[in-house]
Design a protein around this ligand. Structure first.
Ligand SMILES: O=C(O)c1ccc(O)c(O)c1
Ligand SMILES: [Mg+2]
Length: 595
């Protein structure tokens, strides 16, 4: 199916927007009227440019406050419409969006609205223009697509149909299954937008918080399924009003917008809808973390901390300045190759997947950038891509022991069992990249988003959202990076069966913990009624504790090494969280002890 996007989704002026849309792979655009009005190019020049870029001009929008009005207003509205139809002829466009009246309607009548729309259709026909009537969720009288369709049916004009917009339908909780009752050819246009679950007035929600499919919490797969079942064959078009996307790089936004449509079209599992003409390579969710890789200027300090934590030094790589530490299936690579000028940071993580080359193929189909890593003959070349935040992701075929382990020598055999595996990797995001990251991890890696939540940091509440596999073997909590800091603070959490014992041993070896304030333990006593002995033990070791009704969670953090720190977690029983209640304590402590 063809893909399209409303120019209102993007930042800047019309010409760069058209270039960005074409570059991202869209087939067409909706021209948002203010973008044309404020452009210095003539309609003919816009038409020529679009043509040269291979973009069709699919929809002119919006034409406001047309129907449900008295006769004098109606006459003036027809005059207004006629000038727009003339403009559309200059642009070479044949479809206009008319949204339901929110301002001048005084007559609440299907009969009157249908008659007025019919007259508009008749006028449009003389210009070769068709009318797509859309019920805005906040329309004065018409705020439901079912009523818009009733009126269009009654208008009974070949040039009058409906425009369906997922936001207006799903935000109001209207049942989308009635879409299937509309004949496909009367659905003149389809606009898709996702949105976060928010409890606010629908106009503000729509104008500021819409998201691209896969970035919010609407069931767009189900929605699109109904539209396709109705027989709609027009473009899949994005119409996303979002303050962040209106301010951020136009090419980057267009690129993740396009990814969202490719992914959504694939989700409905109808080969005829897939924009690329063939389904995406199917992948199952990752089955575990293979390793994490740190780079930067402070890796010697990381060696020391890993040793104090009881990891085994597994040796050096045979051709690269890279060394490996492990504990159970938790593997940490310290890479001195590049990035030595930066503080120690999380540069990459590896994921074990059923089929590494299939995982890479899917990433490429979704326009995730390939990453080429230096390898020598005989070394395993792991397929890799990069996430929007720049972290490299390497795929390896799931097996008992990764083959690349053999490339390390002069180390010790694995003797530690304090850590079982990597429990989660916390990847911070710039606030403006967060939605793009949710879409990336969902579409490329097949991770599911948990509901977003907020964590109190020293500079205010920050958004936190976990992307994970259903079974929890891969968990990626995404957190907004504190603003105004000149570095990121990411962390790698290892799971252990005995965090208390581990903390005791590590402390005896001189590990420095993130210090926890005494007040925290008084609060813990109040929250969970813990016994004095356990509380004293937690306090003496700077351990944190949480419960979620299902089980308990004991954890601690190391001090920060450059831009990264380690966490050890023990999940007692089916505890499924991340100690989110403790995050404010961590953020405050990190700030208090910052370099
Ligand atoms: O917010 C608006 O006014 C507006 C305009 C046109 C649309 O298609 C829409 O969904 C909303
Ligand atoms: Mg709309």
């Amino acid at each position: 199916m063809r893909t399209s996007i409303a120019t209102v989704c993007l930042s800047g002026s019309l010409v760069p927007k058209l270039h960005a849309c074409a570059e991202a792979g869209f087939d067409g655009v909706e021209i948002f009227e203010p973008d044309l009005v404020t452009a210095y190019e003539s309609p003919e020049e816009i038409r020529t440019l679009a043509d040269r870029l291979g973009l069709s001009l699919d929809l002119y929008q919006p034409f406001r406050d047309f129907e449900g009005v008295d006769e004098a207003t109606f006459a003036d509205n027809l005059r207004r419409a006629e000038t727009k139809f003339q403009l559309m002829n200059r642009l070479g466009m044949d479809l206009v969006l008319v949204c339901s009246n929110v301002a001048t309607a005084t007559i609440d009548s299907d009969e009157v609205s249908a008659r007025q729309l019919r007259a508009l259709g008749e006028l449009g026909a003389s210009y070769g223009v068709r009318i797509a009537f859309e019920a805005l969720a906040w329309g004065t009288y018409i705020d439901d697509y079912r009523r818009a369709w009733r009126i269009v049916e009654r208008a009974d004009h070949p040039n009058v149909g409906v425009c369906l917009d997922s936001f207006h339908i799903l935000s109001r909780g209207h049942d989308p299954s009635d879409i299937e009752k509309i004949p496909g050819e009367k659905i003149f246009y389809l606009q898709l937008a996702d949105a976060p679950a928010l409890d606010m007035d629908v106009l503000s929600w729509s104008r500021h918080h819409r998201l691209f499919p896969g970035e919010g919490s609407f069931d767009l797969t189900g929605f699109l399924g109904h539209v396709l079942a109705a027989g709609y064959t027009g473009p899949l078009s994005l119409e996303v009003f979002n303050d962040v996307f209106r301010q951020t790089d136009v090419r980057r936004t267009a690129a993740h917008a396009h990814r969202s449509l490719v992914w959504l079209a694939d989700q409905v599992r109808r080969p005829d809808t897939v924009p690329a003409g063939r389904p995406l390579t199917a992948v199952s969710p990752p089955e575990g973390f293979d390793f994490v890789e740190l780079r930067g200027s402070g890796l010697d300090e990381a060696d020391l901390v890993l040793e104090q934590l009881g990891f085994t030094f597994r040796g050096r790589h045979r051709t690269k300045p890279v060394r490996l530490w492990s504990s159970g299936r938790a593997r940490v690579i310290l890479n001195d190759q590049r990035g030595g000028e930066q503080p120690t940071h999380l540069a990459a993580f590896g994921l074990e997947v059923a089929d590494a080359s299939a995982a890479l193929a899917r990433a490429r189909e979704l326009d995730a950038p390939p990453v080429f890593r230096q390898t020598h003959a005989g070394e395993q070349d792991l397929p890799a891509t990069a996430s929007p935040d720049g972290t490299q992701i390497l795929f390896s075929d799931k097996g008992p022991d990764p083959r690349w382990l053999d490339e390390f020598s002069y180390g010790d055999p694995e003797r530690s069992d304090i850590a079982r595996a990597i429990d989660h990797v916390n990847v911070t995001q710039r606030w403006q990249d967060f939605d793009e990251a949710v879409l990336f991890y969902q579409s490329v890696l097949g991770l599911d988003p948990e509901p977003a939540r907020e964590v109190a940091g020293p500079r205010g509440l920050v958004r936190s959202q976990v992307m994970r596999t259903p079974d929890g073997c891969v968990r990626l909590p995404l957190n907004v990076e504190p603003q105004g800091e000149d570095h990121r603070t990411q962390h790698v959490a290892f799971s252990s069966d005995d965090v208390v014992g581990l903390a005791r041993t590590a402390r005896a070896r001189g590990l420095s913990f993130l210090p926890v304030p005494d007040n925290y333990y008084d609060d813990l006593r109040a929250r969970f009624g813990l016994d004095d002995a356990f509380l004293a033990e937690l306090r003496s070791l700077d351990l944190l504790y949480d419960e979620d009704g299902a089980g308990g969670f004991v954890h601690f953090y190391t001090r920060t090494l450059g831009d990264v720190f380690f966490e050890f977690v023990e999940r007692r029983g089916p505890y499924d969280g991340y100690g989110a209640a403790d995050a404010p304590v961590r953020l405050a402590a990190q700030r208090a002890t910052a370099r």
